[in-house]
Design a protein around this ligand. Structure first.
Ligand SMILES: NC(=O)C1=CN([C@@H]2O[C@H](COP(=O)(O)OP(=O)(O)OC[C@H]3O[C@@H](n4cnc5c(N)ncnc54)[C@H](OP(=O)(O)O)[C@@H]3O)[C@@H](O)[C@H]2O)C=CC1
Ligand SMILES: Nc1nc(=O)c2c([nH]1)NC[C@@H]1CN(c3ccc(C(=O)N[C@@H](CCC(=O)O)C(=O)O)cc3)C=[N+]21
Length: 316
């Protein structure tokens, strides 16, 4: 049955993050070509991976491949898990200086002997395409103008595409990490939502979640959010990526018990094929934006919106 959320009618439909990410990459590709033709510049993304975590290897490979597909240059740096903090800092310094590198991403988590905060703070804020540097975190919190973390940005774009204006919606963010929950809450507040942030110390999670018009879940616990946690018609964004071993195969699943909630939701992102692909597309978007800003060119802020219009506008 259709429900009203904000000013839009919604009815348990899937939010196809994979398709939206593909369109966004297409629009990014056009801008990359534009930069190349008119400014003789090819945006460059450096991705740094320390150690051999298999999931991280998959992500890093996907990031590099998709950067190539939109016409960007990608620089992959794979370091041994035993690399010293000093050597990693030296690499970051070199990437900071390199004019061919417009964006730098250091894949997290890092091995225990390396202080994550020290690494993040070493990245030049203008090249910090993850939006994790305190300067960008602060700027996003102050006026939404800093480099915005990719996963929350992807979620916000999916939500705005689904609902239009988010003003006045009660958004509940489940999880408060620095890479997802906290920046997500900030973006939703900026978009005039009423925001509740819940976490492992929250009392009565189901009751809090039932208040949500918009529920963003980033916890890392497979199927934690159940049917009786959902307000009918709510828009559900499942950030969780959980690998489950089943019948000798690895299956990916989210933090929301998808089967049990789908018909109740106004709209829901699947896992895989929801937030994940948008995260990578937003990384490319941030790299493009960083390139424009480093060239002192005005960045077309409505790029994503235009990418999803029925007849996507072409390069100016
Ligand atoms: N699709 C994508 O692009 C991305 C997906 N992910 C996925 O999203 C999930 C979350 O990632 P991330 O934010 O980095 O994870 P973290 O482990 O850093 O944070 C998890 C958060 O969930 C909270 N939490 C944990 N258990 C419970 C519980 N039982 N009840 C309520 N809250 C709980 C924690 O609370 P507390 O702070 O109190 O400990 C914490 O705030 C993971 O599955 C990850 O793989 C992450 C990044 C990108
Ligand atoms: N510095 C840093 N920045 C990050 O943005 C960052 C990070 N470290 N560490 C790990 C998390 C996780 N993350 C994902 C990106 C893409 C998918 C993704 O593409 N998911 C696909 C499935 C991919 C698969 O098959 O495994 C999908 O959901 O459809 C998932 C997760 C970024 N992260």
């Amino acid at each position: 049955m259709p429900h009203l959320v904000g000013d839009k009618r919604v009815d348990g439909k899937l939010i196809d993050g994979k398709a939206m990410a593909a369109k966004l990459r297409e629009a990014i590709g056009e801008q990359v070509a534009h930069l190349h033709t008119h400014h003789q510049v090819t945006p460059g993304l450096a991705v740094v991976l320390v150690g051999e975590d298999p999931a991280s290897q998959v992500y890093v490979r996907n990031k590099a491949r998709q950067a190539g597909e939109v016409g960007m240059q990608s620089f992959e740096h794979r370091l041994d898990a035993s690399v010293s903090e000093q050597a990693l800092l030296a690499l970051i310094d070199q990437l900071n200086q390199d004019p061919a590198v417009n964006g730098i991403l250091v894949q997290l988590p890092l091995p225990d002997h390396i202080a994550e905060t020290r690494i993040i703070q070493a990245i030049a804020p203008a090249k910090d395409v993850d939006g994790f540097h305190p300067i960008n975190v602060g700027q996003v919190a102050i006026d939404g103008q800093g480099m915005t973390p990719c996963t929350p940005l992807g979620c916000k774009l999916l939500l705005e595409h689904q609902l239009g204006d988010l003003s006045g919606q009660h958004a509940v963010v489940l999880g408060r990490s620095n890479i997802v929950g906290k920046p997500m809450a900030n973006l939703l507040l900026q978009a005039n939502c009423t925001v509740t942030v819940a976490h492992s110390r929250t009392h009565d999670l189901p009751a809090i979640c039932r208040q949500a018009d918009i529920l963003v879940v980033a916890v890392g616990r497979p199927g934690m959010v159940k049917r009786d946690w959902i307000k009918p018609g709510a828009v559900l964004i499942d950030v969780g990526i959980n690998r489950i071993e089943e019948d000798d195969r690895t299956r990916l699943t989210g933090d929301i018990d998808f089967q049990s909630v789908q018909d109740l939701a106004g709209a829901i992102t699947p896992v895989p094929g929801g937030v994940g692909p948008m995260t990578i597309a937003c990384l490319l978007l941030n790299t493009l934006q960083a390139s424009y800003q480093q060239l002192n060119l005005p960045f077309p802020d409505d790029l994503a919106e235009r990418a999803w219009q029925p007849q996507a506008a072409t390069t100016p």
